[in-house]
Design a protein around this ligand. Sequence first.
Ligand code: NAD
Length: 483
Amino acid sequence: MEEVVVANFINGEFVPASSYVPSFDPSTGKVWAKIPDSGAEEVDKAVTAAKTAFKTWSVKSAEERSKVLMKIAEKLEARMAEFVELESRDQGKPLWLSKAVDIPRAVHNFRVFASSVLHDTNRSSVMNAANAVNYTVRDPVGVAGLISPWNLPLYLLSFKIAPAIAAGNTVVAKPSEMTSVSAWKLCEVFNEAGVPPGVINLVFGVGPKAGEAIVVHPDVPLISFTGGTVTAKRLKTSAAPFSKKLSLELGGKNPAVIFADADMEKCIATTIRSSFLNQGEICLCTSRIYVEKPAYEDFLKKFVEETKKLKVGNPREDSSFMGALISKEHLEKVKGYVKVGVEEGATIACGEGKESLDLPAEYKDGYYMRPTVFTDLKDDSRLMKEEIFGPVTCVVPFDTEEEVIVKANDVQYGLAATVWTQDVSRLHRVSRKIQAGTVWANCWLVRDLNMPFGGMKDSGTGREGCVDSMDFYTEQKTICLKL
Ligand code: NAD
């Protein structure tokens, strides 16, 4: 395959870069793309284009903007197969997954926000005693800086671009330097769909250089960031001297709380997915599984049996449940946690160090590892506290509801959780007490974009979704009329 050379997309045009960073195909470990190594200069050009475009885009009607978003969805859907292939190659995920989830969801994001912007209504309040009427209006904020991670590249980037432009903002976006190819191709779709020049600009490059330049640009009044909690802390410091709106979607250490009366067949099948889908590289993946004691031994036996059956291999083969992890460094980090677990005295029930991987020669240098299940963990184990973001999960028993709620909440994160029981009162009670932005009861990853999505504690600030993203990407004003 010919090497892909990515270009920045500024003011509707592809602009070649003066220097590049390599991007690797995780399935083979070989360089397959060159990504612009952009910095402040490129970001400034993109912001200038976005500022100019804001003058006309921000005053278009919601109907006009909606039509453009619908066109993007239509044109992207028409090129589905091409994007499915690119996303899988760039990220290492199985092709079937990018076909079932990533690219359809990106299409869906544009459609949903194209529609929801048409249904946005204003608030009003009548003050009888004061003889006054209050109502709100919304205005787009300006140039939105959008920074996204590598795990669900187009899925998450489009979840930012769609609401930002639907609300009338213009955009300077930077995807992860490890997965920039689908975003670059999406720029062709923007032109095909008739997005006016400058409304969406993409600047590619590494975080501390291109990302930081967006964060500190004085003409970018809002930043929507999805990525790691440590990066977000740096980002907040850099943004502190400015009065920017910040939306931060960060890491997680998500518990599954499984009571003995759960529908175990459904629970095990779903918990396998929630632990290992996308190589465990989803911020919402389960990494701590608490099982009520009477069900523990049986759960563990079946969970391990099912985990052992998962095939890891060539992402292009439909039989591969897991493809490759994103990078050599990340693979080493995740394997490092396996070492930590062993050093801490935990037991590997299956996976890394127990079963070997049998890969064809072409994939020997790819970033693969077996899904790994740990048991015998202490509550304060690093494996139980830190985000691993890979195919490693921990199974531990618990005695009481009160105890498991305390344990589930005893981490710095609060992104997502699952609760499994057939007792509806208990489902509700436990779900209310778990500190997480989303609790899935007897399911996982069922997403309604109408609902707020985000994290508590170190998992983030703010919420995204039809209403919540509209709140973030606009400034509301209250107008009070004295009658
Ligand atoms: P990361 O923080 O390393 O990078 C995210 C993005 O930030 C990338 O585009 C990167 O180039 C950029 N960046 C890095 N340093 C920067 C800086 N100093 N200034 C500005 N931008 C900078 O995260 P990652 O490794 O790409 O993604 C994995 C993390 O993302 C995990 O912690 C995962 O949980 C989290 N995540 C969260 C959600 C969510 O919705 N809460 C979704 C997906 C991923």
